[in-house]
Design a protein around this ligand. Structure first.
Ligand code: APR
Length: 177
């Protein structure tokens, strides 16, 4: 059974096998988590992203999919890049957000990563309401079969932490029936 933990802090400082990057489909960097990972991880990450773009991902990484690279100078061994959906009030993209967590866990299993740190994907630049994103993230991780022993959500601020703590309590509470 995968242990789900929550922590406040910076995902680039996590001593886990893999950290998940809230990337964009270009894989060529950005702000937020993406900026922090490339800044702290160094140029090797971008070099590998460029190779992916020159190879299998010529058109970029589609929303909901995931792909791994080195973590460069980060304490982690790999970065798993995933592209969250941009929040939309008119279209329900929850499935695509759930796919980010499913795909990232699948890639983690392919790597043999046993501990994985996730940010709150899509809740920054992509505008997803934190409570809803937390609910989707936790429900998906709890429902996805994986060899990963610890999924650590790394929350950047109090609002995010409270949202995930509430969602985790609700998910575990409902599990007890
Ligand atoms: N560690 C952990 N969480 C972080 C960090 C960090 N160092 N920096 C930001 N966050 C949080 C944000 O506060 C937000 O809650 O991660 C969550 C995701 O925010 P974004 O990084 O903006 O990611 P997202 O909303 O998925 O938007 C992706 O933003 O940075 C660009 O290139 C990226 O175009 C892509 C888009």
């Amino acid at each position: 059974m995968t242990r789900i933990t929550l922590t406040r802090g910076d995902i680039t400082e996590q001593h886990v096998d893999a950290v998940v990057n809230a990337a964009n489909s270009s894989l060529l960097g950005g702000g937020g988590v993406d900026g922090a990972i490339h800044r702290r991880g160094g140029p090797e990450i971008l070099a590998e992203c460029r190779r992916l773009r020159a190879g299998d991902y010529g058109k970029g990484l589609p929303t909901g999919q995931a792909v791994a690279t080195t973590a460069g100078r980060l304490p982690a061994r790999w970065v798993i890049h995933t592209v969250g959906p941009v929040y939309s009030v008119s279209r329900d993209r929850s499935g695509e957000l759930a796919d980010c967590y499913r795909s990232s866990l699948r890639v983690a299993d392919e790597l043999g990563a046993r501990t994985v740190a996730f940010p709150a994907v899509s809740t920054g630049v992509y505008g997803w309401p934190m409570d809803d994103a937390a609910r989707i993230a936790l429900a998906t991780v709890r429902a996805t079969p994986t060899e990963v022993s610890e999924v650590r959500f790394v929350l950047f601020g109090e609002e995010a932490y409270r949202a995930f703590a509430a969602a985790l309590a609700e998910a575990e509470g409902s599990a007890q029936g």
